[in-house]
Structure formats: C-alpha cells, structure tokens
Design a protein around this ligand. Structure first.
Ligand code: ADP
Ligand code: MG
Length: 303
C-alpha cells in the first residue's frame, strides 16, 4: 500500500513510529505537511498540490491524519480533500472536527448515554452564577472549548475564584465550558487507546504533585493499568459515538463509574507505547491493512 501520514514534523515520535511500522510491513510511506498542501477544489477532479508535485486520485491508498490542535481547520480541510479523492482516511474529517470541539463531543456522548462529568455552557456573563450552581458549585473545572494538552483547563477552588476566571475568559471572547470537579479521580485519568472499536492499550496518568491535570505534557506520569470491563465498554462506545477508528479516550474514575472527559483524534504514541510496551503504531497499520478501500469514507457527500 501507499500510505500518507499527515504530520507537520517527521521527527515527532508518533510520526516516526507510524512510518517505521508501515515500512516494516512492506508499505510505502510519505510524511506530508498538511500546511504546505494547497487544494484545487474547483475542478471535477480534486487534487492536492504539495511542494512541487500534484497528488491525484489513487496516489495514496490510505491517509493517517495527525492534525495538531492549532491547525484543525486547515488540516481537516486537507483530510476532506483526500476523502474527496477517494483515499481511505483512518480517521475521517467529520469525526476529527467533532472530537476537537469539547462541547460538541460531550453533547454527542451524553445523548448516547456515555457517562460524562456534569457540564454546563453559557454565552452571556449574566449567567455565571446559575452556571456555577448548575455544576454543583465550587470546586469546579473551567475549560477552553478547544484547549489541548492541559493548557486552558483551570481548577477553581471557590465560587468567587470561579466567577473571576469565567469572567476573564468570557471577556477575552473565549468559549468555555464549566464542569463538575471529579475529586476522587485524585489527579489521575485513564487513557484508553482505541483502534478499530477495541481498546488495544491503556495507561493511567497521574498528575505531577500540586496539579490536577494528568497530561504528560504537564508533567504527568504514565503507568500500565488494568481497566475494568465497564471502562473498556465506555471507551469503545465513546470512540464509536464520535466516529473515530483511532483515538485516545480519556476517562476519570469516579464514584459513579467511568466518566469520559475527552476523545483525542491524534493521540500521542510515545507515552502509551512506553507505558505498555505495545507496538501501537503496528496495530494502527494492521487496522489500515484490513480496512483501507477506496471511497470508504462514510460521511462522503454529507459534509
Ligand atoms: P486537554 O484537552 O487540555 O487535555 P482535558 O479535558 O483532557 O483537557 O483535561 C486535562 C486534564 O485535567 C485531564 O487529563 C484530567 O486529569 C484533568 N481533568 C479534566 N477535567 C476534569 C474534571 N472534571 N475533574 C477532575 N479532573 C479533570
Ligand atoms: Mg486531555
């Protein structure tokens, strides 16, 4: 097969591992920087211009999108263009867009009965007090809708602090959501790595001392963990609801069972491969081998 990895940096651990795993299985791989692609969408024959060449229908059998949060809009447009050209994208553009918007994902998850922390959302600063009441008062967590790697996630210990932080974010015209603080998670969460509807690896991440955010980018530590059947089922359901074939489902262990906080469409491979010793990149390539067919994108034609 000919595989394209959409990534801004071929040196990143995850990108390197995907390239390595694909080559080890006899595939041809190119790393394509999505920000250097431009798209011809006027003709009936959609193409992508990349550096000094043209990518046409049939040039790649499969695409692995690794789209950074800061370039979701453009990166996802490139994924969509590949879909229009009939390439099999392991995660489809519509699902990536769903996952990137925390509010949209939580709305979809709650509609399908997946456990999530009590979450509230409002537009106007007048609603702040009722917003805080809605999630059961302080302490509570405030999140930027499109934040990632723990940046833009704040724990407000008191209602007064919560009010000020919410006001500040709102005055900067940032969209935020307010969430019940799951204290019993003790600064840890589960990262369940789902490939093709199965949890293929899981780790527990523990926040650094004095922090409540377990992101590895914020100094969290990862360790191998055995997850329960309920946690496994929750992760699989969340991946299915968002529509991602490859994703990292983050779960808090609460007194009322597993609660999903987010579904990541480009989960890092470094932490999970190290914590579990598993060849996660190889499993992603194997999934592609089993599933890549031209014109397979489910949402094709529906935007
Ligand atoms: P990001 O997209 O920035 O990773 P998350 O929503 O995943 O944002 O939050 C980052 C971390 O903060 C989580 O991994 C978890 O450890 C902690 N966290 C997030 N929401 C809550 C919550 N409602 N209660 C307790 N801890 C939380
Ligand atoms: Mg997270």
């Amino acid at each position: 097969m000919k595989i394209a990895v959409l990534s801004r940096n071929p040196k990143l651990y995850s990108t390197r591992r995907l390239v390595e795993a694909a080559r080890a299985r006899g595939h041809e791989v190119d790393v394509i920087d999505h920000l250097r692609c431009f798209m011809d969408i006027t003709s009936e024959n959609p193409t992508i211009h990349y550096k000094d060449r043209e990518i046409r229908r049939g040039d790649y059998d499969a695409v692995i999108p690794r789209i950074g949060a800061s370039v979701t809009f453009y990166g996802n447009a490139v994924v969509r263009q590949f879909e229009m050209m009939g390439a099999y994208c392991v995660n489809e553009s519509v699902a990536i867009a769903r996952a990137r918007d925390k509010l949209r994902s939580l709305q979809l998850l709650s509609r399908k009965g997946v456990g999530i922390p009590v979450t509230a959302f409002a537009y106007s600063p007048d609603d702040i007090k009722s917003l805080i009441r809605e999630v059961g008062g302080a302490p509570l967590v405030i999140k930027l809708l499109e934040g990632t790697q723990g940046v833009g996630v704040v724990l407000a210990e008191t209602a007064k602090a919560a009010e000020s932080v919410i006001q500040a974010f709102m005055s900067l015209k940032n969209s935020i959501l307010i969430q019940e603080y799951i204290k019993e998670a003790g600064g840890s969460d589960l990262r369940c790595f789902v490939v093709g509807g199965k949890v293929i690896a899981a780790m527990k991440r523990q926040a650094a001392d004095g922090d409540f955010r377990s992101n590895l980018h914020r100094g969290g530590r990862a360790e191998l963990v055995k997850i329960t059947a309920a946690e496994r089922a929750t992760a699989v359901k969340a991946a299915q609801v968002i529509g991602l074939n490859v994703c990292g489902v983050d779960i808090l262990r609460s007194d009322r069972g597993p609660l999903v906080i987010e579904v990541n469409s480009s989960p890092g491979l470094n932490g999970i491969e190290q914590a579990t010793g598993k060849d996660v990149a190889g499993m992603i390539i194997e999934f592609i081998e089993r599933n890549a067919r031209p014109d397979r994108t489910r949402t094709r034609g529906k935007g």
